[in-house]
Design a protein around this ligand. Structure first.
Ligand SMILES: Cc1cc2nc3c(=O)[nH]c(=O)nc-3n(C[C@H](O)[C@H](O)[C@H](O)COP(=O)(O)O)c2cc1C
Length: 326
């Protein structure tokens, strides 16, 4: 059987299939099941500041709160977990399983990023995933300012903790590559592409916002696939694919683009945790069938840097595709 062992954020993983932050990583029992099913690592659900600091005041007139306001899909009342409970959860999970545990953090104020990152490290997290999920809706705040704040936060956390850090990014930057490059320079160990934005809809009869969360399908993988292919070889940080990985083919595509790991969420919520074992076994089988002895042999073979027609990824590819449609 092909070797699935890999390294992510400097951590040795027995498999490149990782459970991403979700309700399945909120309980010790389900994290155990994920380990038994073959997950290489688990990213815990995020500690969201909004859940323990309600109605955060604006700070010195700077719109930190505006940055993050309205951005949280979770009803704090229902799911609220406070930092001490989260830290306790990390300790318990670490005692319960052997796979690496990546704690996930999403706060707004820079001091609290540092504070909680340090506490998560102390609680025994093997790595941190910084979930830079904000919806910058203030027309007076330019993108460059938001990117600088992100860089400030990431720099501060990098200087505070010794454990590896991954950044879970949104795809909505003028230049995803430049933002990724900046984080890379700061010394992050991984980039997780991409955070899926919560997109509410409108009930036109009731005239109210409907806040349901749709699971992804394979097509959602195209955006991370493209950016992983573009960034692979251009940044030192490991690239993790999150979004739209539902089948072994989806996973193989991500590895060919250059992903170190693929993360599963919707596929497991839809099909149950044992589905992870199927994807892992299908991956071994696929590698065997195609004459490969390890995932490393296919990693990055279809990255932009190694592809014969790099323009297919870019503007020229788009022009070609729309012309073909006619
Ligand atoms: C119900 C649910 C809860 C989630 N909770 C978190 C979370 O706490 N932190 C986080 O960074 N991402 C969270 N996510 C996002 C997932 O980790 C993942 O990045 C996203 O769903 C895309 O992957 P998928 O296509 O495999 O679902 C959540 C997703 C879902 C569907």
């Amino acid at each position: 059987m092909a070797d699935l062992a890999t390294t992510y954020l400097g951590l040795p993983l027995r498999s490149p299939i990782v459970a991403s932050a979700s309700p399945l990583t909120r309980e010790i029992a389900s994290i155990r099941q994920l380990e038994d099913a073959g997950a290489g690592a688990a990213v815990l659900f995020s500690l969201f500041e909004e859940q323990f600091v309600p109605n955060r005041p604006a700070e010195n007139g700077r719109p930190w709160s505006a940055l993050a306001r309205d951005s949280f899909p979770i009803d704090a009342g229902e799911f609220a977990i406070k930092p001490p409970a989260y830290l306790d959860f990390i300790r318990k999970v670490k005692n319960a399983v052997n796979i690496p545990i990546i704690a996930s953090l999403n706060v707004a104020h820079p001091d609290r990023w540092i504070q909680y990152a340090a506490m998560m490290e102390q609680a025994g997290a093997d790595a941190l995933e910084l979930d830079l999920y904000t919806i910058p809706a203030d027309p007076m705040v330019p993108g460059v300012e938001i990117e600088s704040r992100y860089a400030e936060i990431v720099t501060a956390v990098r200087e505070t903790v010794k454990i590896p850090i991954a950044i879970k990014l949104a795809p909505y930057f003028t230049s995803v590559a430049a933002v990724a490059g900046r984080f890379d320079e700061i010394g992050v160990n991984g980039l997780v592409l991409f955070n899926r934005f919560y997109q509410p809809t409108i009930d036109i009869e009731e005239r109210r916002i409907v806040t349901s969360l749709e699971l992804s399908d394979s097509y959602d993988g195209r955006l991370p696939l493209m950016w992983i292919a573009m960034l692979s070889g251009q940044v030192k940080a490991d690239l993790a694919a999150t979004g739209g990985v539902h089948t072994v083919e989806d996973a193989v595509r991500m590895f060919m683009a250059g992903a170190a790991t693929v993360m599963l969420c919707s596929a497991l919520l839809r099909n149950g945790i044992p589905y992870l074992t199927k994807i892992r076994d299908d991956l071994s089988q696929w590698l065997d069938d195609h004459g490969h002895t390890s995932v490393a042999e296919v990693r990055g073979v279809m990255s932009l840097a190694r592809y014969d027609n790099p323009e297919d990824f870019k503007r020229a590819g788009y022009a070609k595709v729309i012309n073909r449609y006619w």
